[in-house]
Design a binder for this molecule. Structure first.
Ligand code: 5GP
Ligand code: MG
Length: 181
């Protein structure tokens, strides 16, 4: 496998190899297994970006739990639009439940904030956040993100579920854009 990939007009280089990702997924899973034992958490995986993280995370969750998938598209190209669509796909009754939102990346945090507002109206007991990636320098809202696999700089990344214009989700490693304009 090449360390450099080309997606449309951009080139990307491996920045976080799969083995490093999985070590951090191991750690986060252990924290959740410890913290949420006996709470029968409902994991809400935010599609599409978190599908690969969700699969690797859930294989390591050993406590009783449920999993469901939601969608909330807000992103086009290289920059966040700020526009966030509705949350779709929640068929479960969240009343009194312990929820764990599973996200690919928290950038400005607006997407997560919108999601938390929406979930909050469904009267869950508690909502926890698990994200594969966090760009701490970009965060604009006050969020309590308990489970963070990795913190990264502000550069645009793809792979391991994350895309550039629909491409790149299939790669097992994380890549960072080279020569972003
Ligand atoms: P936020 O609302 O936190 O600014 O943006 C969150 C969403 O922006 C993520 O769910 C993801 O879809 C997208 N995003 C933010 N940074 C990146 C990045 O570096 N690469 C990719 N592929 N998507 C990103
Ligand atoms: Mg996402």
């Amino acid at each position: 496998m090449s360390n450099i990939i080309q997606l449309k007009d951009k080139r990307f280089a491996v920045s976080i190899p799969e083995a490093d990702i999985l070590r951090q997924v191991d750690r986060v899973a252990a924290e959740i297994n410890r913290d949420l034992k006996d709470k029968n958490p409902l994991f809400l995986s935010v599609l599409n970006g978190s599908f690969m993280f969700t699969a690797d995370l859930m294989k390591r969750i050993s406590i009783p739990c449920e999993i469901s998938f939601v969608k909330l598209a807000s992103y086009q190209g290289l920059a966040s639009t700020g526009k966030v669509k509705e949350v779709i796909g929640i068929n479960e009754d969240l009343t009194g439940r312990t929820i764990v939102v599973v996200e690919d990346i928290v950038d400005t945090g607006h997407t997560m904030q919108r999601l938390l507002e929406s979930l909050g109206t469904r009267r869950p007991k508690e909502i926890h956040i698990a994200t594969l990636l966090l760009k701490p320098d970009k965060l604009q809202v006050d969020l309590d993100i308990e489970y963070v696999a990795m913190q990264i700089p502000n550069d645009f990344i793809v792979g391991y579920g994350l895309d550039y214009d629909g491409l790149g989700r299939n790669y097992k490693d994380i890549y960072t854009v080279i020569d972003a304009d």
